[in-house]
Design a binder for this molecule. Sequence first.
Ligand code: URA
Length: 425
Amino acid sequence: MDAISVIRTKRDRGELTPEQIDWVIDAYTRGEVADEQMSALAMAILLNGMNRTEIARWTAAMIASGERMNFRALSRPTTDKHSTGGVGDKITLPLAPLVAACGAAVPQLSGRGLGHTGGTLDKLESIPGWRAHLSNEEMLNVLDTTGAVICAAGDGLAPADKKLYALRDVTGTVEAIPLIASSIMSKKIAEGTGALVLDVKVGSGAFMKTIEDARELASTMVALGTDSGVRTVALLTDMSTPLGLTAGNALEVRESVEVLAGGGPQDVVDLTLALAREMLDAAGLKDADPEKALSDGSAMDVWRRMISAQGGDPDASLPTAREHHIITAPASGVLTRLDAYDVGVAAWRLGAGRARKEDPVQAGAGVELHAKPGDTVTEGQPLMTLHTDTPEKFDYALKALPDAYDIAPTGTPFAPLPVVRERIA
Ligand code: URA
């Protein structure tokens, strides 16, 4: 077998054989297939696609590149959530302790932000002392004792995906449904969760800009999970506007704690509860009452224990940025659009995100929103506050925002999109 013949098959719109797929993933993981060859293959896949049989084999080969975990020793059923990523998407933070408070075990292996979408680990690292990197034993111990753990995936889990994802990121080959589906599902299946709820974002701030593409990605992933014995459900959720009122690391932790305390923005609460119900249902805990666990403080108790178990201080003050810039409404009326992508880019440019994998992030940087689509605003009132430690970034961030919102005359009808647009099982 050789890399050139595999590339040619896909370049010429052929179907990759199981042997070709197994060989190329294994040889790439071992360094025998070069990065330039794998990037040519990834581009051929992006342009010419893979059918469901090829995707299933590609996923299996990526799982086989590393270790498989299992949680069979735990007394509770495991259930996990994966979001395809968005702006202000802090849902994992209140969701994992909430679902644990209802009786499930939530092994939440999470990632870092790249580009305009935030990363759960970057957000949690704004809590003084909190550690993202745990050994497998530590992870199991936190999961067993608190019911939830949010941490970085170990190096042993789907190493082929780690290498390939980094390559796709710098070769313009991220946005391919077969590659996204196999990347996400190889990690989730190798992780060993019994049930999985996929939050597939759709809209300007998401990978999937149209509902048709989101449906295709969701149904591909649901089929991969189900065929591997993982009870898998997907919700297609709105990412045309940021979730909640904050985009940025410590800003989002603060908002998540508000949700755990029984408050917080309605869209964040609604999505957290919708995903919690799906996760509990998929775990067989149909009588659990996540609304009660939010209101009676039991989800907050799990959060505090989970943060402490990973070295964090749940009572510590969160970092705030040194400098602020307020953007005011240029006219009175109804805010009819606030674009997720533009706000995400502004937060990223302020220092909340990174341009390269090795860049540091600023804990306090980001965008705070003072109005959401559907709200009535008055000329001169604050619309957004930009936060950063490095004020020279304001100009660059502001350049992302001139077309970020529309204000229509007062009385203009406004029909909000539902947070959950579709369910695919
Ligand atoms: N998240 C992943 O883990 N992989 C992708 O390909 C895209 C998003």
